[in-house]
Design a protein around this ligand. Structure first.
Ligand SMILES: Nc1ncnc2c1ncn2[C@@H]1O[C@H](COP(=O)(O)OP(=O)(O)O)[C@@H](O)[C@H]1O
Ligand SMILES: O=P(O)(O)OC[C@H](O)CO
Length: 497
């Protein structure tokens, strides 16, 4: 039998999954790890704890699959993106906790860059808006604040990496300092036209080039696991950021194909082919997973509060016990009774980009019940995702590309049938839920399997993707348009504080 091992290092948990050649799970292990919040707006992880959870879950996943490391043909790595680690090349010790993608501490540096008028240049060069979300200003913060860090980096003693680089370094016993193009594209330091670090940006942020990892395609030779760690030298053959990996695991290989991941937040990506395209509608441009040396881009938009609104109702308001209970509660009423819920708890992301916006619940009457609020909360996930898809459609139209024909879905909240049906109703296109919803890990396994010769080509991978349920739009289009107009009104209220 042929097996592939995917390491899926997420924001709140670390997973290892063993897949067979057909992309079926034969062993899975997961561990949560500590979230550190040293100050309001700051979020950190301990890189050593991340590595430990990865090691532990590898051992447990292999055990559950009933196989040994020598039965694994190749390893694929996928990871939370942008999160920034700096470590000592000699000892392998991080010099600071990892600064997590959600961390806002670097905003003052971003404001300076914006004030210097750099937004257009950075957008053209990296595809990204200047934002503390991306790695560049987090890295600068570490170099500025850890005593002696910049001098040590200049002397070649320190290395930078996103979580993929960190895991490759640890897994190969410190032999390889590498990243892939889809992760590098999220640093705001890579030129997405050449897939190389942009010297002007490194200079501007005073980041020594010698601390940067080499950038490889997403399917490539990333070295082999140290036999002392895994028991044998299994090659690492695939690496991608988790959202690009999910796009790949959803077999969205061609321009115009899109997926939305409904997790704590929602991440929607649309493949745009080999053509770099700047969004005129509030999205960012990123590199898609590149299994070969050909360029591949995607438009991306993210919703900050997606499934998290369900957690807030569950834990904050104690409206129900388990997240899954929201569906029955929301179904107990025919609609939200005019209630609109904008969960802008931490501002609004694409396409509105309003950090000052705050959550609102409007349209309350004496007859409003928790069921109406639960329904409005679920609908808010679909409304926010619809805004991303509409922005993507406008971008596609402006580029003369074909309109989106369907949306593929995954993530923890995609099990909610009511939410998926409402999503299809709003969008007016089918929403497709695959049989395998672990698409993030599957994407990494696919990328590794291509490089290791387990799969011949993308066509073979396409044939492995299967629909579990297809949600067809059932709402009349004028009704959907009316609801979207109400949502726009609610958004304006959330922004006008
Ligand atoms: N049945 C459900 N209906 C709606 N939301 C759900 C349901 N089950 C889980 N969720 C939400 O999905 C999120 C977890 O999804 P997951 O993909 O595991 O997230 P992440 O990768 O961001 O940790 C949580 O925010 C949870 O509230
Ligand atoms: O770990 P996740 O699934 O929350 O994904 C995090 C994203 O990669 C952040 O850009």
């Amino acid at each position: 039998m042929t097996y592939l091992l995917a390491l899926d290092q997420g924001t709140s948990s670390t997973r290892s999954i063993v897949f067979d050649r057909q992309g079926r799970i034969v062993g899975l292990a997961q561990r949560e790890f500590t979230q550190h919040y040293p100050q309001p707006g700051w979020v950190e992880h301990d890189p050593l704890e991340i590595w430990q959870t990865q090691r532990d879950t590898i051992a447990e996943a292999l055990h559950r699959a009933g196989i040994a490391a020598r039965d694994i043909r190749a390893i694929g790595i996928t990871n939370q993106r942008e999160t920034t680690v700096v470590w000592d090349r000699r000892t392998g010790e991080p010099i600071h906790h990892a600064i997590v993608w959600q961390d806002r501490r670097a905003e003052p540096t971003c404001a300076e860059l914006r004030a210097q008028g750099l937004e257009p240049e950075i957008l053209q060069r990296t595809g990204l808006r200047i934002d503390a979300y991306f790695s560049a200003t987090k890295l600068k913060w570490i170099l500025d604040h850890v005593p002696g860090a910049r001098a040590r980096a200049q002397a070649g003693e320190l290395l930078f990496g996103t979580i993929d680089s960190w895991l490759i370094w640890k897994l190969t016993g410190g032999r390889h300092h590498l990243t892939d193009v889809s992760n590098a594209a999220r640093t705001m330091l890579m030129d997405v036209h050449t897939n190389t670090w942009a010297p002007e940006l490194l200079d501007r942020l005073d980041v020594p080039a010698r601390m940067m990892p080499d950038i490889l395609p997403s399917s490539a030779d990333f070295g082999a696991a140290d036999p002392d760690i895994l028991g044998c030298a299994v090659p690492i053959c695939g690496v991608a950021g988790d959202q690009q990996s999910a796009l790949f695991g959803q077999a969205c290989f061609r321009p115009g194909m899109a997926k939305n991941t409904y997790g704590t937040g929602c991440f929607m990506l649309m493949h745009t082919g080999e053509q770099f395209q700047v969004s005129g509608n509030g999205l960012v441009t990123t590199s898609a997973a590149q299994p070969d040396r050909l360029p591949a881009y995607a438009l991306e938009g993210s919703v900050f509060v997606g499934g998290a609104v369900v957690q807030w109702l569950r834990d904050g308001l104690r409206a129900f016990v388990r997240s899954g209970d929201i569906e029955e509660l929301a179904r107990s009423v025919p609609d939200s009774g005019g209630v609109m819920f904008v969960p802008a708890f931490t501002g609004l992301g694409a396409p509105w980009w309003d950090p000052e916006a705050r959550g609102t619940i409007t349209g309350l009457t004496r007859g409003t019940t928790m069921a109406h609020i639960a329904r409005a909360a679920l609908e808010s996930i679909a409304y926010q995702s619809a805004a991303l898809l509409h922005a993507m459609s406008r971008d596609a139209q402006e580029a003369g590309a074909a309109p989106l024909r369907e949306l593929r879905v995954d993530g923890g909240a995609c099990v909610n049938d009511l939410l998926m049906q409402f999503q299809a109703d709003l969008l007016g296109i089918p929403v497709l839920r695959p049989t395998m919803v672990e698409t993030t890990a599957l994407g990494a396994a696919f990328l590794a399997g291509l490089q290791a010769g387990v799969y011949a080509d993308l066509q073979e991978l396409e044939s492995l993707w299967r629909v579990e349920r297809r949600f067809e739009p059932a709402m009349p289009r004028d009704e959907a348009a009316g609801r979207l107009a109400e949502w726009d009104h609610a958004i304006r209220q959330a922004c006008a504080r």
